[in-house]
Design a protein around this ligand. Sequence first.
Ligand code: HEC
Ligand code: HEC
Length: 211
Amino acid sequence: MNRSSALKLIFIAAAFAGASLAFYSSRIGRLERVEASTINETTIAAGSDPAKSRAAFSESVKVFFSARCSNCHPGGDGPTQGDTMTPHSMEIKRGPDGRGIGEQKCTTCHQDINLDGDGLPPGAPNWHMPGEANKMAFQGISAGQLCRNLKDPLKNGGRKSAKDAVHHIATDPLVLWAWTPGNGRTTPPMSHADFIKKMNEWVDNGAACPE
Ligand code: HEC
Ligand code: HEC
């Protein structure tokens, strides 16, 4: 990654954190109030183009809504599967930490790599979904709601460092997996590079949200 795209990604993270007055960190195991970010929708609005921003978001949101991403980001308490986003077989539930309940831990079946063959589980390192406290649902909500959630630290990643939030979108194996899902599964409607580019465009132009 070159320096300017790294900076832009930090910018995205700051935009996520900056939408609220307070940004909470749980790195030491409890909620801790830290200083509000100076970057927010108002401060980055100078020279921005809300129409261009909204257009960029409306493009990139197709990735969030694609089955490969949305299957791990359901509205309910269990993952979904396939392009039809049907409930995961065997009544798998997320559990408090998103790693499954009891014997049905995600990594009992999901390995670090895709197991190729019909009916076999896909895989990537640290396979899990968001936990009960912060479900980060992409299913069952509008593009505008998803956009606003992304900027709300209490709904999306605010309880962790900005660095972690950047990490998930740009480099997290679970996000990258969506473009190499194995076993003939479809991939999101644009490349990972174009996705990051559109997300940057969204932030650079003021992180405006569709209705
Ligand atoms: C008992 C084994 C088992 C457990 C436990 C399990 N899975 Fe799965 N999972 C599978 C199999 C097998 C598939 C593949 C189904 C197919 O493609 O036909 C799958 C598919 C998926 C998919 C769909 C991939 C896609 O985009 O089509 C997701 C998402 C998923 N699992 C998430 C999870 C999560 C999160 C957990 C833990 C909370 C979990 N699974 C626990 C066996 C399991
Ligand atoms: C195998 C499950 C899985 C898949 C597939 C997945 N995610 Fe996630 N996603 C997670 C988990 C788990 C978290 C919570 C991360 C955490 O709290 O550590 C998360 C969090 C996020 C966040 C919140 C930002 C943050 O890090 O706090 C965004 C944005 C996101 N995912 C986008 C995507 C996109 C876009 C895709 C598809 C290209 C995708 N995810 C695919 C599991 C998944």
